[in-house]
Design a protein. Structure first.
Length: 429
């Protein structure tokens, strides 16, 4: 047998197989337990048995030969395992098995093996096998233990993969898909399936690379990047180019995913894109995503509504400006006893603070700003309305960020010990 074959990890179906195991110490016991779990008919050669093997033998679950190893013991064996602490004995077992053309595995000695068994993790719907070519069995066991500790996550990812085949993007159609706040684990299952099967992906700078990497390697990826202000002539030109690209690619027969940060219908211009596609006669579908307000609130443990504090929540676009450069939002008409969520307000935070105060919002109203919500670089800054402008400036908050205003913004100002933080106490929160 060639060296290539010898070191190739193989997982044998041992159901009903006659297996000889030489040795019943700690290593042998592990082999025996795994073989019995796989339905093998096990014969053990050993003068001393571990308690576990002794109990198995007493129950009639295996055959024990309390004797020294002899080649005749291999007469009916289909597989042989050498698992004694005596390396010379293990080599002799291996040599006899190979002479008889019986597959043999020697513990911690890959050069004496004709097959290797990987460390195995079994779930209800999967079997994972891990091998280091016999060179580092401890590392293989460590990886197996890691996978066993993460069974719940494996089940989720297995479900994503299982369902992906049934979620395929149709050619000549545009899917306006919400990418959520940026954490790939917060994508919907449908969004993931469409992304993986798309021929083309249209996105902008708010969609992180971690999500883009989930798209097919064969997909055309087109970025319409624009940072900073999104209002004005430049934004109109960019949106027009996006419309043209969606239509062109769909008419070429491609399945197109228009990937949008958050939810397409919450300040995402998804409605405009759907209108354009409809006018052009292009089939489309809108796939919702987790909008930034929901994701940032959850990541910062900030309830949008809460009994006794807020019974309403209002979403506002903070960058909207009127004819004279002021806000297009009539802040005075917004409920002051609810939670106000301001999207895209970082560039105008000083103006927003003045407009809220001018609209009658009390200066001691709590606020929280969540930057990069749900992402590894997430930051949360809290304070009260009178210090909003200065706090945002001093902390260097940058887009993407969401501003929350209302009494729920200070609902959980506690540190890890359950005590109110000194900073928030100093601010009267």
């Amino acid at each position: 047998m060639s060296a290539m074959r010898r070191y190739l990890p193989v997982f044998h179906d041992v159901l009903g197989a006659s297996v000889l195991v030489v040795g019943a110490g700690a290593v042998g016991t592990r082999k025996i337990e795994a073989l019995l779990a796989g339905g093998a008919r096990v014969t053990v050669v050993a003068k001393e048995l571990s308690p576990a093997v002794g109990e198995r033998a007493a129950r009639g679950e295996l055959t024990v030969l309390r004797d020294a190893f002899h080649p005749d013991q291999m007469r009916e064996a289909e597989l042989v395992f050498a698992a004694t602490p005596d390396r010379e004995l293990n080599r002799r077992v291996s040599a006899e098995a190979r002479r008889r053309c019986i597959p043999v595995n020697v513990a911690d000695s890959p050069e004496e093996c004709t097959f290797l068994l990987p460390a195995v993790v079994r779930g209800q719907e999967f079997t994972a096998a891990i091998s280091t070519g016999g060179r580092h069995p401890g590392a293989a066991r460590a990886l197996r233990e890691f996978l066993e500790d993460h069974r719940a996550e494996i089940s989720v990812r297995l479900e994503r993969g299982r369902r992906r085949k049934r979620i395929a993007a149709r050619q000549g159609k545009v899917f306006i898909v919400g990418a959520g706040p940026g954490d790939p684990d917060l994508l919907t299952v449908r969004a993931l399936g469409l992304l993986r099967s798309a021929d083309a992906v249209i996105y902008d700078y708010l969609v992180p690379q971690d999500i883009l990497s989930l798209a097919s390697g064969n997909a055309v990826k087109i970025c319409f990047a624009r940072r900073g202000r999104t209002a004005g002539h430049g934004a109109i030109m960019k949106q027009g180019a996006i419309h043209e690209a969606m239509v062109r690619l769909a008419r070429e027969g491609k399945s197109v995913v228009r990937l949008k940060s958050g939810d397409p219908l919450v300040f995402g211009r998804g409605g405009e894109e759907a209108e354009h596609l409809s006018r052009e006669g292009i089939p489309f579908e809108i796939v919702p995503g987790i909008t930034a307000a929901m994701a940032c609130a959850a990541a910062a443990v900030l309830p949008l509504t809460h009994r006794g504090r807020s019974s309403s929540v209002t979403f506002v676009a903070g960058h909207d400006t009127g004819e004279k450069g002021g806000s297009a939002v009539d802040w005075s008409r917004l409920p002051k006893d609810g939670t106000l969520v301001v999207y895209m307000g970082v560039a105008r935070v000083a103006g927003i603070a003045r407009e809220l105060a001018g609209a009658g919002f009390p200066l001691d109203t709590p606020f929280a700003i969540v930057e990069n919500g749900s992402r590894p670089e997430q930051r949360v800054v809290r304070g009260i309305l009178s210090g909003l402008s200065r706090t945002a400036l001093d902390s260097g908050i940058r887009s993407p960020a969401i501003l929350f205003v209302g009494r729920t913004a200070s609902l959980l100002p506690f540190n890890d010990t359950g005590e109110r933080s000194d900073e928030l106490v100093a601010q009267g929160l």
